[in-house]
Design a protein around this ligand. Structure first.
Ligand code: 5GP
Length: 205
């Protein structure tokens, strides 16, 4: 069974960098869930890598056909996780990382109670504002909207299993990777391995 890792953060908290670093360490064992979105591609974003870019029409048709595990409207655009993503991770025997917002995380936790959720936070509003301004991808108005969104998201983070404060990228990456490794070692996920070891004892009885 794939472990589903939900990673959320207010935008500018450094989540993408942390998820990238995790994927580098875990390339063979974790699949990144490529979401659908109706927003337009930013900078170097490539179709099928960062997102599947869809029209509002296409997205709404997929909602009607119940094709999403979860979906939400964020900053005026639709974002959603297609059901086929989890099926593919299961088929390939990989765990799955989803970079989704707090609304999507709530839906997913209700649907998949075993999912592990991690909330990433910049250490302060000042740091978040600096990071958003540095990116210079967005207008002042969008940055302001993102800062207001951050407050809402942080307040909505109480149902998450873990919090990682991204004050230092190397340290925060390490924590995220440790969470992944610790979750894999949970007793209920080690049933097969424990059984195999127990068999080696029982064969000698
Ligand atoms: P951005 O436009 O900056 O890439 O993403 C904006 C927000 O949408 C981020 O908080 C991101 O986590 C969220 N997001 C991305 N993909 C999904 C998705 O499939 N579902 C949900 N609910 N949120 C998503």
């Amino acid at each position: 069974m794939s472990i589903v890792f939900i990673v959320s953060a207010p935008s500018g908290s450094g989540k993408s960098t942390l998820v990238h670093r995790l994927m580098e360490c875990e390339r063979d064992r974790i699949m990144f869930s490529v979401s659908w979105t109706t927003r337009t591609a930013r900078g170097q974003e490539v179709e099928g890598e960062a997102y599947h870019f869809a029209t509002r029409d296409e997205f709404e048709r997929a909602i009607k056909k119940d094709e999403f595990l979860e979906w939400a409207e964020v900053f005026g655009n639709y974002y959603g996780t297609h059901r086929s993503v989890l099926a593919r991770a299961e088929a390939e025997g990989k765990d799955l990382v989803l970079d989704i917002d707090v609304q999507g995380a709530r839906q997913l936790r209700a649907r998949l109670p075993d999912a592990v959720s991690v909330f990433i936070l910049a250490p302060s509003r000042k740091v978040l504002e600096e990071r958003l301004c540095c990116r210079s991808e967005d207008s002042a108005e969008v940055i302001n909207r993102r800062l207001m969104g951050a407050v809402r998201e942080i307040r909505g983070s109480d149902g998450y299993d873990y919090v990682v404060v991204n004050d230092d990228v190397a340290r925060a990456s390490d924590k995220l990777w440790s969470i992944v490794k610790a979750e894999r070692s949970r007793r209920r996920r080690m049933e097969g391995e424990v059984r195999r070891i127990l068999d080696t004892f029982e064969q000698n009885d």
